[in-house]
Design a protein around this ligand. Structure first.
Ligand SMILES: Nc1nc2c(c(=O)[nH]1)N[C@H]1C(S)=C(S)[C@@H](COP(=O)(O)O)O[C@H]1N2
Ligand SMILES: [Mo]
Length: 386
């Protein structure tokens, strides 16, 4: 399929009139079936599945290939008994069922989710956590309501500073640092971000009801932030007057920020600018003297991608690649580059780097203050030329 067609499909998807097309999307997903690309199992229990990044060929990730990141066993929720509680610093505490949520204005948005641990496989020495390659990322068309509309319904009281989102899944973290017994998966958002238009409570994904693995019946989708903020199996929204200091907010999913010479732990929030090569894959054999279409994606969280450059000579020289769509915040942009493969057999080292609209470029070196998260440094893709 041509890049131009992808672009049209994408534009099409962003309009509310995309519904007829979504039927063919479901069809396209089924075609993957036998022999097609499949997710890579990183962990069986709880289920952690990686998107096969080399299969990237359209901006919307097929649901059957979308990565799954679970900390605890997936809860099986019954939509008829499920309720969403909204409480804490609000004038009108709520208990909403799915039908009353669906009465609120429907919002649709294409948003890219990336796990903060994506690319952990590239860290030396090895860091704790799921050993993701490049595919703990995906883009879907999410449908639901804005979190802001639910907060307005409950009427947030002025001293409130944050909104805690809590999932129905729970468990005990037994490795150090241990959790205080059984805890639910929960994260908070400052009120400003919680009210932003890119923050949804989604009941639909790519035109279908949200699948169980992705948080049925309702999940948060926090555009521009790493995936840990997008709470699945959402059952409670707690409005608080002090910053939340939960396990996944203060102990895990944190990085060191240096303030006046003192390293301080900060919660991981906004996605940083990053790009990745989908094809060729690491170790792929490419034909000497051929034209090879190198392809991949670039994204920049709340910012937009401004520039993507590729090197096919191990970082000595860089050329701009062709973007298949106009970069926007919250969604990745696909890119291609026609590479004239050298005639001489051997190896080649390909690298890609992106720069965002604020002028921030992916670093060449890993910053250890990021601990086991936010892996955005440039990683070479070595290929064989034969
Ligand atoms: N309730 C709950 N929400 C969760 C998680 C979880 O384990 N439990 N994992 C988070 C993390 S770390 C990521 S990256 C995203 C992944 O969403 P996905 O599984 O739909 O791809 O969900 C987030 N929301
Ligand atoms: Mo994640």
């Amino acid at each position: 399929m041509s890049e131009a067609l992808h672009w049209h499909r994408r534009r099409f998807l962003q309009s509310a009139a995309a519904l007829p097309w979504l039927g063919s999307l479901a069809l396209a997903q089924d075609q993957g079936g036998e022999g097609g690309p499949a997710r890579i199992v990183r962990e069986y229990q709880p289920r952690n599945l990686e998107y096969p990044f080399a299969s990237l060929d359209q901006p919307i990730t097929p649901t059957r290939l979308f990565y799954v990141r679970n900390h605890f066993p997936e809860p099986a929720l019954d939509a008829s008994t499920w309720r969403l509680k909204v409480e804490g610093a609000v004038e009108k505490p709520l208990e909403l069922d799915l039908a009353s949520l669906k009465q609120l204005p429907r919002v649709e948005r294409v948003v890219t989710l990336e796990c903060a641990g994506n690319g952990r496989l590239f860290l030396t020495p090895t860091e704790r956590g799921v050993q993701w390659d490049t595919g703990a990322i995906g883009t879907a068309q999410w449908s639901g309501v804005s979190l802001g509309s639910v907060l307005d319904l409950a009427k947030v009281k002025p001293p409130a500073v944050e909104v805690v989102l809590e999932g129905a899944d729970a468990g005990e973290v037994r490795s150090d640092p241990r959790s205080p017994g059984k805890i639910a998966f929960a994260r908070s958002l400052p009120l400003g971000k919680a009210r932003a238009p890119e923050v949804l409570l989604a009941y639909g994904m790519n035109g279908e009801p949200l699948p169980a693995a992705h948080g049925f019946p309702l999940r948060a989708v926090v555009g521009g932030w790493y995936g840990m903020a997008s709470i699945k199996w959402l059952t409670r929204i707690l409005v608080v007057e002090q910053p939340f200091q939960g396990f996944y907010q203060s102990l895990d999913y944190t990085y060191w920020e240096r303030q006046n010479g003192l390293p301080t732990l900060k919660p991981i929030t906004a996605m940083q600018v990053k790009s990745a090569i989908a094809r060729p894959a690491r170790g792929e054999v490419v034909a000497a003297g051929s034209k090879y279409v190198v392809r991949g994606a670039a994204w920049a969280g709340e910012s937009a991608v401004a520039r993507v450059e590729l090197s096919t000579d191990g970082g000595k020289s860089w050329q701009p690649v062709k973007l298949s769509s106009k970069p926007e915040p919250f969604v990745w942009t696909l890119w291609t580059h026609e590479w004239l493969v050298p005639r001489v057999p051997g190896t080649a080292s390909l690298m890609v780097r992106a720069t965002d609209a604020q002028g921030r470029t992916q670093p060449m070196q890993r910053d250890p203050d990021r601990r086991n998260y936010v892996i955005t440094h440039v990683v070479p893709t070595e290929v064989q030329i034969r």
